[in-house]
Design a protein around this ligand. Sequence first.
Ligand code: SF4
Length: 343
Amino acid sequence: MTATLRHDWTVEETVALFDLPFADLLHRAHEVHRAHHDVNAVQVSTLLSIKTGGCPEDCAYCPQAARYATGVQAEKLMALPAVVHKARQAREAGATRFCMGAAWRSLKDRDVEKVAGIVGAVKALGMETCATLGMLTGDQARRLKAAGLDYYNHNLDTAPDFYGDIISTRDYQDRLDTLGHVRDAGLKTCCGGIVGMGESRTQRAGLLRTLATLPEHPQSVPINRLVQVEGTPLAGTALLDPFEFVRTIAVARILMPLSMVRLSAGRAEMNDELQALCFFAGANSIFYGEKLLTTGNPDVEADRALFARLGIHPLEVVLTDDHHGGTTVHADIVEPCDVDAAA
Ligand code: SF4
């Protein structure tokens, strides 16, 4: 079935989807999901933080912001051999894509060649590459593309009219500008947001509507549920109703039929039943984090057991290079803060 992708959704239409009776919304979302995806396949994502903590931004949810006392230790950019070592481990664990996240406001020109070198070295292992490094200029996006970068993650976080309540050190247009540079450079985009930060339903609709009216729907749409971290301004925020989270997944699926809709940060606090509802509503990607590289990890084992109970299998990706036997755990990306949030 060929999707007719719409880029003209209104907030009112999007709110109307949220307002449907739960069963009607899930039925509609599942029909869209089934029409465009293998509903029993879920992409499995991993991420390496190549530069943790010490970020100058004030994102109210983020434990990596230097101004909040969250216990996250600031670290320098990892050296190339250490990143390549991790990437090799990921490849041996079956990953075909390797994502690197850095807690930066923006990529500084002095770091461009270091990061380009890392991207090129990971690409040379025969893997797809992704990165999330903060804001990019057009020149930087083109340089990373030339170095071998395939995907770039840059989340919109929330609705335009709630953004100022969450972040004051940059504005919405900065995010949109970076996404434009990423698209113009020919990189694929991963872009989503966080719910449960105290926004209204209309603002949740506003986030999804903004994503769905970008010139291209992002190839990946991470939907994060706020992880409340002690020391951040959002610690103590009223918890989002789990059914409202499922509704958010369902509306994302309806608005962006072909995108991979990802459960990322906050999944550790979701029980199996809630995750199963999310998969039914259209989520088809999950985030494991770096722990995926550790065999026998209890979280990974719990996910494998859940997949088995639900008859779900990891989305298989066939690469044409010699490094893989064809299958794979698929890696993808989230915002730097999600490293901690999801770990
Ligand atoms: S979300 Fe990103 S930009 Fe914001 S404080 Fe955290 S690391 Fe910095």
